[in-house]
Write a new protein. Structure first.
Length: 337
C-alpha cells in the first residue's frame, strides 16, 4: 500500500483539527497498514522516539485534567524523574498561593508549565498561550487563555540548524490562514486576563514567545494588561504582583529524563550533556513587585511597560546566578558567571 497519504501536511492538519491524540491514533493505524512505513518509523524512532514523547504529553494532559494543576503536574514530573531545584522568595510563595498575580518567565524547553504548576496548590491560575496548546494538551484547556499567533517568518540561512529545524516544524504544525477575528480575539484575551486578575483575584502566567526578547511578539499584550490593571484603582495596583520566574531548563533535561525510553540514544547523549555541561534544572522566583512599585509613569505606553517587565526579568536572571551558585559545580559556576 502506498504511503504518500502519510504526509507531514496531513498529520499537521489532523493535529490542528482534532488534536495530538488523533495524530497518534492515525500514526499507529498507518503502521498497522503498511509494513514499509512501520519499518521506516521503527528505524527513525530508534533515534528520535516521537511517539513516546507524544504519549507522555498526553499523559500529562490527562493527569492534570483528572487531578488538578498542582497534583497532576507533580505526578507527571515524578513519573519523568524531572526534579528541578527551586529557590523561591518567601513573599513570592505567599503571592503564588494566595494573591492575584501576573507571572512571566522564559520558555526554553517547552515543559515549564509543568514546573510552574508543581509549585501551586490552587486552581484559579491561568496561562496565556497559543491556541494550538489546546490541541497538544487538551487537559489544560480550562486554564488556557488562548491567543492567535501570526504567520511565522522564515528563518534566515544565518540562523543555527537547530533553530531552523524547530522553526520549520512549527510552521508545518501551526501556521494557517490567520482568522479574520484574530485581533479581536487577542483583545478579548487581554480583557479576560484583566478581569481574572483585577476582579476575581486569580493568577496568570505568561510564557512570552519562547523568549524574553523585548522585541518578541508578546510585547504589546503584557504592557496593555499592566496598564489596564494599574488604571483600575490604587488598591488593585498595590495588591496585584508581578512575579518574574527564571527557568534554567534545557532540552537536554527533558531528553535525558524518563520521557524517553532508557534505550534511547538521545537520552544517553542528553544525560551526558547534563552531567558534563548543562548542570541540573532549576526554577528561581525572586521577591515579587506590586504594580504600584513598578517605576514607570502611569501614562506610560504598552511598549514602555513591557520594557520595564523585561528589565525585571533580566534582573531576576542575574540574581539567580548568585542565589544558586552554591548548587553548582565549579565548572558550572564558571559557565554561568
Amino acid at each position: 500500500e502506498p504511503i504518500d497519504y502519510c504526509s507531514e501536511a496531513l498529520l499537521a492538519d489532523e493535529c490542528r483539527e482534532q488534536g495530538l491524540a488523533a495524530v497518534v491514533d492515525r500514526f499507529d493505524a498507518m503502521r498497522r497498514k503498511n509494513r514499509r512505513f512501520r519499518f521506516a518509523t521503527d528505524v527513525f524512532e530508534s533515534l528520535v522516539p516521537l511517539r513516546r514523547l507524544a504519549r507522555e504529553l498526553l499523559y500529562f494532559s490527562d493527569t492534570v485534567e483528572h487531578h488538578g494543576l498542582g497534583p497532576g503536574s507533580r505526578q507527571a514530573l515524578e513519573r519523568w524523574n524531572l526534579f528541578p531545584r527551586v529557590e523561591m522568595h518567601g513573599a513570592a510563595r505567599h503571592v503564588l498561593q494566595n494573591g492575584p498575580f501576573l507571572a512571566f518567565g522564559n520558555h526554553p524547553a517547552g515543559v515549564e508549565v509543568a514546573f510552574f504548576n508543581a509549585l501551586l496548590d490552587r486552581e484559579d491560575v491561568f496561562f496565556l498561550g497559543g491556541a494550538h496548546v489546546q490541541q497538544i494538551l487538551p487537559g489544560l484547556a480550562p486554564w488556557l487563555i488562548a491567543v492567535e499567533r501570526r504567520e511565522l517568518a522564515h528563518q534566515p540561512p544565518s540562523a543555527g540548524l537547530r533553530h531552523r529545524v524547530v522553526h520549520s516544524a512549527g510552521r508545518r504544525l501551526w501556521n494557517s490562514v490567520e482568522p479574520v477575528n484574530a485581533v479581536a480575539r487577542n483583545r478579548e484575551a487581554v480583557e479576560q486576563v484583566v478581569r481574572l486578575v483585577g476582579h476575581e483575584r486569580a493568577g496568570v502566567h505568561m510564557f512570552p514567545a519562547a523568549s524574553m526578547d523585548v522585541n518578541a511578539s508578546w510585547r504589546h499584550g503584557i504592557g496593555r494588561i499592566i496598564g489596564e490593571l494599574r488604571g483600575m484603582s490604587p488598591e488593585i495596583a498595590s495588591s496585584v504582583f508581578l512575579v518574574p520566574v527564571v527557568y534554567t531548563v534545557r532540552p537536554s533535561h527533558v531528553m535525558g529524563s524518563n520521557m524517553l525510553p532508557a534505550s534511547s540514544v538521545i537520552r544517553q547523549l542528553a544525560k551526558f550533556q547534563t552531567w558534563a555541561w548543562t548542570g541540573s534544572s532549576s526554577v528561581f522566583v525572586p521577591r515579587p513587585v506590586s504594580l504600584a512599585e513598578l517605576n514607570v509613569d502611569t501614562a506610560a505606553s504598552p511598549e514602555k511597560l513591557t520594557a520595564a517587565v523585561h528589565d525585571l526579568w533580566w534582573a531576576a536572571a542575574v540574581e539567580s546566578r548568585t542565589a544558586m551558585r552554591s548548587w553548582l559545580s565549579p565548572k558550572a559556576q564558571g559557565r554561568r558567571s
